[in-house]
Design a protein around this ligand. Sequence first.
Ligand SMILES: [Fe+2]
Length: 456
Amino acid sequence: MGNINILIVDDSKSALYALVRLLDSPETNIMTAADGLEGQDAVRRETFDLIITDVDMPNLNGLDLCQWIKENPETADIPVIVLSSRETDQDIENGFRVGANAYVPKSLADKELIPRVEAVMNRSSCVKDKTILVIEDSPSIQAFTKDGLEAAGFKVVLADDGQHGLDIIEEVVPDLVLTDLYMPNADGSVFCRKVFSMEQFRLLPVVVMSSMSDKPVMQRLIQDGATAFISKPFNIDMLVLTIEKILSDHFQTMLEERERLVVERKLTLGSISSLINALEARDKHTRGHSESVTMLSAAIGTELKLSNAQMTRLLIAGNLHDLGKIGVRDNVLLKPGKLTDDEYEHIKTHTVVVKDILAPLHDMEDILFAASSHHERWDGSGYPSGLKGNEIPLFGRIIAVADVYDALTSDRPYRNGMSKGKALAIISEGRNTHFCPVIVDAFFQYIEKLDDENTS
Ligand SMILES: [Fe+2]
């Protein structure tokens, strides 16, 4: 939940004591007030993330306190949970009418309060500053929904019909769309169909509003991807609650989706490392090559001031740049002497094979492209595609320098590793022909820094 300031307002000392005990944790700072007036004083003095209030209290009751909080623009965003021993539908309705974010019967406080607090806090953080695109041809409904949604803390952008909505959606990038069904120039269902076919908005929550008689159409829309529908005429509080619920569920789903992707990425990287180990187990002379190339690529990336996200992907690309050698025959991969022309052609296929191995993995296009292009040359004379200059992706150009330098300075069965000076001279000679000049310069900056560190 993070560090949250909570105000609990109740005239019963024993109830306050029980509530403080229930909510006390290292993440909460709890203040108490004995009635609505004391509650108002506290709200004027302090900033709260959440207010929990009883209903029946002397001086100022909880519902009036809640209404006062919600009517003041400075405090309207603070979530309020009404906690009461009054449990009829009418009592609950009264709570929501004054703007409460949740209503918990006292008899259920033990079980329900903590989950309710978490849900309200989660909802208020995921609702804050969210943008709703309202598509509606009736000016009066436009005005009514805009006022209501803005009062609840949303940003609202209006469109007059489906086509207008489609025209501005890429600029607005809404968190949710509320659309009418029947409108001129692209109605709600045309809007839904078009918007869900746009990759960026595939998962966008869309709430469709229309009259009850459109139920079959609504059901079809929901099958097609609309999140919910709301029947006209609707009460603005119901609309706000519906939207808050959808956004908070959507937020939760997105968090879960992100978690799933992290796990999936870890599994993928684990499998790739195993493949690299399998490759290097076949050929002891290149053992550690992937690691050295990754390290050198990272050093060049640091000189180029790449972002953290780019660095992560560069490291993966460096690690698997030679993965395609899994498809190279032993008698060629492990051949101690010079390769024949045919054998050389065969070994060149590793830049293509890597694509086949990694193709099924999602979201790896840049890494795959980097691995398949590390033998391209700046002047266009490399392989497999003869890419030239900046046609070669940045990661491919970086790995090319790191790869050649490590290969030159490492021992091979048919020759000893070159001296550092000689290898550097070859890299320098290849600037503008074999290698991208910017990358060579970054590489030399790194080498100079390394030399300075070693001499100091
Ligand atoms: Fe290679």
